[in-house]
Design a protein around this ligand. Structure first.
Ligand code: URP
Ligand code: ZN
Ligand code: ZN
Length: 661
């Protein structure tokens, strides 16, 4: 057995948990829960010992896979060697785009979608779900996975990753191979990564660079958001090309990272307007970069150079202010908005209250903000503290994860990402003397499903349907790839996780599949294990063991003008369109302006006598029985610089705050 697989092995252990009623037949046939060893400290000094980092080598698995069409059996063995894994079953190697292992029956499980649960078998052929039901007739040679006592759910969609991202002078250590392999191990079958151009760089070039990196290595499907990291006419034009020709429907704008990616409010508005024109979804990293820069300088001057300075420089209100500003700007130009990595209670409250006001805005907490907190920045071990540095920061208010989970459970927040962007101890140490130089980013892609299950479902905050919604379906809907993704139904992609809700494991950097030597969830015991994972109809995780192949995943285009987002937005814009007040034209005197925009001949006196025919009241006030209108249509205050505002009728559908729509 290879090092990789040894790391993934899990001990069996009996545990008599209460059996939730949504698990069929568990009383008799409860599968054996499995646990992993534990470790107390977040920093795991020997976590690298058994790591076999993927080297995009002389003869990569991807290149070999391409040869499989010619010599499939030889290629299968070579692929296995290249990956330093156990032999990959030959029938899982692609042949002319088709897998020989193309018929699969997942039998006896409970199928969970976001809106229903049913006991049913799922039959898959050529990567697509062909039947869901009972007593299915399946052809001979069909492989069967027994799923009794298990939940059969859509594979997870991680809406926010940064595999091998060049950032802060280094490059994220989990690349598209180790990152997506780890994703599969945890039950995630699709990631959405970000192509982020440098300031001044072509968005299209950045997009293609990311495609090249990803296509060679991804073990699961992926889509790309693209960063609008600067603004110009060229950027606006490239956004159109990306949406029309490259399947991009979401653009991320940064309100932080001053002097590199941060946009001004004016640029934000322009980019939001452009997204609206193109039918795309605007995403924001919501933090006030000007304040962060100012605060960081002050803290460094005070001699606060450690990771705690990172958190101190950008407290909650810095995130909440930017979140509010982004919501207002987007709403004013009728652009749908997606707030990535919601990290604080106050930012989440902003999203939630804007939604209540009718804004088309979505909020994405991440595994980190749902599973741990920012007290770790104050840990005595520098590496431990630095291991938690990301932006916006984890919050020292330890009630934050539960609060965010409540909002997620109840519909105020919608999706879960991870912002997986990992750096080794040595990489983090680039900022050992200056917290502003610690590469920002944490893990999560492997553990997101388990963390959300543990903190969301096991805690009683959400049921399995809501779990499916927030880990998969909502993402598929918001990014317009539903029901191809995010649903177990006939015609959908066979991206499925067979979930053992009772098995437990203890998260550790020693046993995780990621390349990074640290895990922010170190020592956390979680229920819920992806026992089988099926990706495009291929079994890529079997009883917890990963059998993924580099380059096996595909790019998933995301179409614009998503009916789940723009459908409502367009109706809302129509229903709340500004409407003019019909009135007789003004026919009274009009002041003449000279060339400098000044009134000629001084102030034209208000002809009070034409309006007021009754004397003032005894106290000297205006007689309310008097008319303030002239038969000509002139009003008494036509010349007054400060007049009551023009009222706009309530449009059909009601008024909304701060905007016409
Ligand atoms: O700390 C973070 N979040 N690193 C990744 C870049 C980003 O802002 O998403
Ligand atoms: Zn960000
Ligand atoms: Zn990010």
């Amino acid at each position: 057995m290879s090092a990789g697989l040894r790391r993934a092995s899990r001990h069996q252990e009996e545990k008599d948990d209460d059996v939730p009623q949504w698990i069929p037949g568990l009383g008799q046939d409860k599968p054996k829960p499995r646990t992993l060893g534990t470790s107390f400290f977040g920093y795991v000094p020997d976590a690298f010992v058994e790591k076999t980092p993927y080297l995009p080598s002389e003869q990569s698995a991807d290149a070999l896979k391409k040869e499989a069409a010619v010599e499939p059996e030889k290629a299968a063995e070579q692929v296995a060697d290249a990956l330093e894994q156990e032999i990959v079953p030959r029938d899982s190697i692609e042949r002319n785009g088709q897998s020989a292992q193309n018929r699969l029956l997942i039998k006896g499980g409970r199928v969970v979608n976001d809106d229903m649960m049913q006991d049913a078998d799922v039959y898959i052929e050529d990567g697509i779900i062909k039947q869901v039901g009972t007593n299915l007739h399946t052809p001979g040679g069909t492989r069967v996975i027994e799923a009794k006592g298990h939940l059969v759910m859509p594979g997870g969609i991680d809406t926010h990753t940064h595999m091998q991202m060049p950032f802060m002078g280094t490059q994220a250590i989990d690349d598209f191979y180790t990152g997506t392999r780890a994703a599969l191990a945890g039950g995630t079958t699709m990631i959405m990564d970000f192509a982020l151009p440098q300031r001044g760089e072509s968005l299209i070039e950045a997009f293609h660079r990311w495609r090249t990196w990803a296509d060679a290595k991804v073990c699961c499907d992926y889509a790309l958001h693209v960063g609008v990291t600067w603004w110009s006419d060229k950027v606006a034009q490239e956004m159109e090309e990306l949406t029309n020709e490259q399947g991009v429907n979401s653009f991320k704008m940064f309100m932080a990272y001053k002097d590199t990616w941060q946009l001004s409010d004016e640029e934000l508005l322009e980019s939001f307007k452009r997204c609206k024109e193109l039918g795309a979804l605007a995403q924001v990293h919501a933090e006030n970069g000007d304040i962060i820069k100012e605060n960081s300088k002050k803290l460094l001057e005070l001699g606060i150079t450690g990771p705690e300075g990172h958190e101190m420089s950008r407290p909650e209100e810095v995130e909440a202010e930017a979140t509010n500003r982004a919501c207002v700007l987007a709403n004013q130009v009728h652009c749908p908005l997606y707030v990535v990595h919601v990290m604080s209670k106050s930012a989440a409250d902003v999203v939630s209250s804007k939604r209540k006001q009718g804004h088309v805005v979505f909020g994405e907490p991440i595994a980190a903000s749902l599973g741990t907190d920012g007290t770790h920045h104050y840990h005595k071990c520098w590496r431990h503290a630095a291991g938690h540095v990301m932006g916006p920061p984890l919050r020292p208010d330890s009630t934050t994860p539960k609060y965010l989970m409540d909002l997620l459970a109840n519909g105020d927040l919608q999706t879960t990402g991870t912002d997986n962007c990992t750096f080794s101890a040595a990489q983090k140490a680039l900022g050992k003397d200056d917290f502003t130089k610690i590469p920002n980013g944490v893990n999560g892609v492997e553990d997101r499903m388990s963390v959300v299950w543990e903190k969301g479902v096991v805690s009683g905050k959400m049921d399995p349907c809501r779990f499916v919604a927030v880990t998969s379906t909502n993402a598929a809907k918001i990014f317009n790839i539903y029901p191809k993704k995010g649903r177990v139904a006939v015609g959908s992609d066979a991206d499925i996780v067979v979930w053992n809700p009772h098995a437990t494991r203890v998260i550790s950097a020693k046993t995780h599949h990621q390349a990074v030597d640290f895990n922010i969830f170190e020592g956390m015991e979680v229920h819920g294990i992806a026992e089988y994972v099926v990706c495009h109809g291929r079994v890529v995780v079997e009883e917890g063991e990963v059998r993924a192949i580099s380059g096996m995943g595909k790019y998933v285009p995301t179409p614009v003008f998503n009916p789940h987002v723009y459908g409502r937005l367009e109706e809302r814009e129509r229903a709340n369109a500004p409407c003019k007040v019909e009135r007789a034209p003004y026919e009274g005197p009009v002041a003449q302006l000279n060339g400098q925009g000044m009134q000629e001949g001084g102030i034209i006196p208000v002809q009070q006598e034409t309006f007021y025919t009754r004397g003032p009241t005894r106290s000297g006030g205006v007689n309310l029985h008097d008319s303030s209108f002239h038969v000509s249509g002139a009003q008494v205050n036509d010349k007054s610089p400060k007049r009551p505002s023009v009222k706009v009728n309530n449009p059909p559908g009601g008024r909304s705050s701060g905007s016409f729509w």
